[in-house]
Design a protein around this ligand. Sequence first.
Ligand code: FAD
Length: 308
Amino acid sequence: MSMSIWVIAEQRNGQLKKVTHEMLGKAKELSGGGEVVAILIGSGVTSQAASLGAYGADKVLVIDDATLAGYSGEAYAAEAANLIKAGAPAAVFLAASTAGRELGPILAAKLDAPYAADCVRAEVAGDSLSVIHPVFAGKAFTQVTFNAGPAIISVRPNAFGLPGADASKQATVESKPFSGSASRTKVLEVLAGGGETIDLTEAEIIVSGGRGMKGPENFPLIEALAKNLGGTTGASRAAVDAGWQPHGKQVGQTGKVVSPNLYIACGISGSIQHMAGMSSSKCIVAINTDPDAPIFKIADYGIVGDLF
Ligand code: FAD
C-alpha cells in the first residue's frame, strides 16, 4: 500500500539536523511509492531544500521569511498546519527535539489529529501505520496503530538510523508564502551554550558522569574519553543539581532523551528517571562500584569497579 508521508525538517541557524535525514529515509521506506514531502520553515533556508532529495524527499515546501529566523511554536505550527491541511498526508514526522516536543502537540491540536510522541520505531502493518513509543516515563514501550490521519509522529533522533544519501537526487522545491500568522511570542535573544560541537541528542557516542564522579574537577576525564571516541559528554541529574555540569548536559526524564550507538555511564546508579532518557541506546556500558546498581540491569557490558 502506498501512502504520502511528510516530514517537518529540523534546522538550526539554517543548518539541517541529522534527524531530518533519518526521518526522510524512514518516510521513503514506509511510503511504498507514495509521495514524500518535506516542510522546511525558517529564514534563509531555501538553498538547503533541494538537497533533501538525496535522503528521499520528492518535494520540499519552503516557507522562508526573516520573521521565522528564531523558532516559535505558534508560528511554525500555524504555517505547517496550513500546508498539511491542504496536502492531507497519511502521516507527518517531526523530530522529538526540544522544539519538536512543543511543535508536535500544537500541530496535532490544530489539525485535530492523533499524536504519538518520541517514537523509536515505525512500520506499516496491513493498511495502517504503526509506531512504538515510550510510556510511563520510559518504563515501558507501547505500540500504537493509527486508523485516522494525518498521524502526527515525533521521532527520537538516532532511532531510525541514517539512510544512504544519493547526491544525484534533487527534490522539487516549491516556495510557499508566509501566511504572516500573528505570534504572541517573540524570540529576543538566543544564548548559545559553550563551544560544544556535537549536539547531545544527535551524538552517536556519549560518555555520561554521575554522582560517582565525585566532583566537577573529574569531568575532564570523561571529556577526554568522549573526545577521543568522537562523542560528547552527558550527566545525571545528581551531577547537574550539584552544579558540576550545565543543565543542557542532563540525560533523563527531565533532561534530554538520547539514543546513541554507545552510551557509557560512569558512576551513575541507573534511576528510573535517568534510564527514561537513555535506555534506547544501542549499546550501554556501565562502570559502577556497586554490583547491585540498577544500571547493570539494562547494560550490555557492566564493569564493577572504580571508574577512576
Ligand atoms: P546516585 O544515584 O547517587 O548514584 C551514584 C552511583 O555512583 C552509585 O551507584 C555508586 O555506586 C557509583 N559510584 C560511586 N563512586 C564510584 C566510583 N569511584 N566508580 C564507579 N562508580 C561509583 N535523574 C537523571 O539523571 N535525569 C533526569 O532527567 C532526572 N529527572 C528526575 C525527575 C524527577 C521528577 C525526579 C524525582 C528525579 C529525577 N532524577 C533524574 C533524579 C534521579 O531520581 C536520581 O536521583 C539521579 O539520577 C541519581 O543520579 P546518579 O546516578 O548520578 O547518583
